[in-house]
Structures are given as C-alpha cells and as structure tokens.
Design a protein around this ligand. Sequence first.
Ligand SMILES: NC(=O)c1ccc[n+]([C@@H]2O[C@H](COP(=O)([O-])OP(=O)(O)OC[C@H]3O[C@@H](n4cnc5c(N)ncnc54)[C@H](OP(=O)(O)O)[C@@H]3O)[C@@H](O)[C@H]2O)c1
Length: 309
Amino acid sequence: MTNTTHSTQPTQPSRLTAENPTTVLLGGDLPVRRLGYGTMRLADGPGDPTGPEARIWTAPADRDAAIALLRTAVELGVQLIDTADAYALGAGEELIADALHPYRDDLMIATKVGVVRPSPTEWVPLGHPAYLRQQTELSLRRLRTDRIDLLQLHRIDPAYPVAEQLGALKQLQEEGKVRHIGLSEVTVEQIREAEETAPVASVQNLYNLATRGHEDVVTYTAGQGIAFLPFFPVAMGAHAAPGGPLDTIAHELGATAAQTALAWLLHRSPTVLPIPGTTSAAHLAENVGALEVALDAEQFARIEAATQG
Ligand SMILES: NC(=O)c1ccc[n+]([C@@H]2O[C@H](COP(=O)([O-])OP(=O)(O)OC[C@H]3O[C@@H](n4cnc5c(N)ncnc54)[C@H](OP(=O)(O)O)[C@@H]3O)[C@@H](O)[C@H]2O)c1
C-alpha cells in the first residue's frame, strides 16, 4: 500500500551537501551522479503522440539526432542512462549501443525486462523466469556488453511468485551477467518481498511534484540506501503556471520551473536520482543543471506546502 498522507520533509539537510550529495552509491558500490537521462521518448516518427499514450514502438525517425543527444548527455556529466527491452521492441537499446559503445567506465546503462509489447498501445507484464532470462540475454546482445550494470524488473507479474521472478534475476547476477537488480512501480511490501530473494539496488516508480502516491516508497528507499529513480520527473502540474508557487520560487533561484521541480526531487531524499526524458538538447542541459540549483529548506517547505494534497 502506498501512503500519501505523511510528511515528506527532506530526510537530510536541504542543500546538496556531504550529507545530501550529488552522487548516490548504486548497490552500495557504484557512485552515480543523481541526474540521469531517461531514453523512452527517443522513439517513433514525427507526428506520433508524446504524452503518456506515446507508442514507443519504432526507432526514432531522426537516428543521428538521437545519437547526438545521447552523446551530449554523457558530455554533460550524466552517468546513468535508462532504457528497457520494451522501448521500440529493443531498438532503444541498440540506439544506446550505437551512440555510446564502448561505454565509459563511469557510465551505467540501466535497462528493464519483464514487459511484452504485443501491439503499439499495449504494455503487458510477463514474469515467466525463462522469459526474463531470455530477454536479459537479448539485452546483453543489443547493448553489446557482457554485464548489465542495472537490470530492472519492469513490472512484477502477479501470475508468478515474486521469488521466482527475482530468482531469475539473481541467477543472472550470480552468473556475472547482471551487476545490480532493480524494481519498477512497486510498493514497500513488494520491495521487502523481493529483498527476501535478492538485494534490491534501485526502485523506479512514477513520482513527481504533481503525482505523489509513492511517498512511503521514497522514504523507505532513503532509509535502506536504495536508489529511487522517479519517472515522469519533470511533470509539474498546475503549480508551475506563471505566477504559481513553483514559478515564483524558480524566479527567486534564477532557475526554470523544470529545474526547480527536479531540485525539489533531489532534496526530497539523498537517494533520489531523477531520470528526466527529453528529445531537446536545450532541455537536457537545463535538466542536468538542476543539480546546481541550491534550494534551501524554506523553499523546499514552501513547494511542499503548495503542492501537497
Ligand atoms: N519504469 C517505467 O514504467 C517507466 C515509465 C515511464 C517512463 N520511464 C522512464 O522515465 C523516463 C522519464 O520519463 P518521461 O521521459 O516519460 O517523462 P519526463 O522526463 O517527466 O518528461 C518528458 C516530457 O517532458 C518534457 N521535458 C523534459 N525536460 C523538460 C524541460 N526542461 N522543460 C520542459 N519540458 C521538458 C519532454 O519534452 P521535450 O522532448 O520537448 O523536452 C517530454 O514531453 C523515461 O524516459 C523512461 O526512461 C519509466
């Protein structure tokens, strides 16, 4: 069960400091800058929907632009690139390999298995352990690597025991094909259940200023040192309207509303690692710049008060 009622005071002091640093230790051993890049929207041709209904079905129409954007992300200091086997039916992973292979030592590629795409509008969990193994083998081939830094179970499939799904990933980890294991769109109870089978290095859930259903997961992961990767992190809701609370604080900070929304996430917990997605080089640079936005405790609290409930 998620909990939307309790306080979300930052679990650490509110500036990015030694206690609330610019990096998180993924799985306890991989330092990663806390502003990644989500690549889901590097897909499809012009005119395709870009909202939540986006198809994410084919490789991007402008492949060169997508490759340039991925390289720019790394040049800007991004150390975690998020993808999935389901994005454009594997073409998303191939794109990343074309852009970034051979990978820098300090660059983590995070992918996901466990969702099938029978059509452009369907995303169906499939957690058969043999399927999870097969898909990981395919991801290894497409990413042109012999070990995936972070393999996330895209969804827990209720048709199979959690222990069997995590067991398949654990086996891959023991074989050296996976460094760390993550989960996606899970409750605290599901994280605890998964941890009975395998160590959980990360959780990727829908969470942003306007959508706060996973407060208890953010707090739990902070306490456990588990990285929390909020997806749709830039969504700012009505609070970002001109003259609204986010806009006002953004002006005080000399930042944009998107940067202020990302800065709020970064200050919410020291293990939060947003993975904003964009097809724009300007937005990419803007988003990475959120790491430099010095939100203070009073500003954090004001955003909190204006956007809660
Ligand atoms: N685990 C899951 O089930 C799951 C589900 C969804 C997404 N994800 C992951 O999370 C990542 C992030 O999600 P997302 O890409 O859908 O959502 P997002 O990062 O919140 O935002 C994407 C949208 O915001 C716009 N945007 C980005 N930066 C902006 C800025 N600085 N100012 C104004 N607009 C900005 C983008 O448009 P422009 O292209 O014009 O910048 C795009 O329309 C995905 O890429 C994917 O890796 C995971």
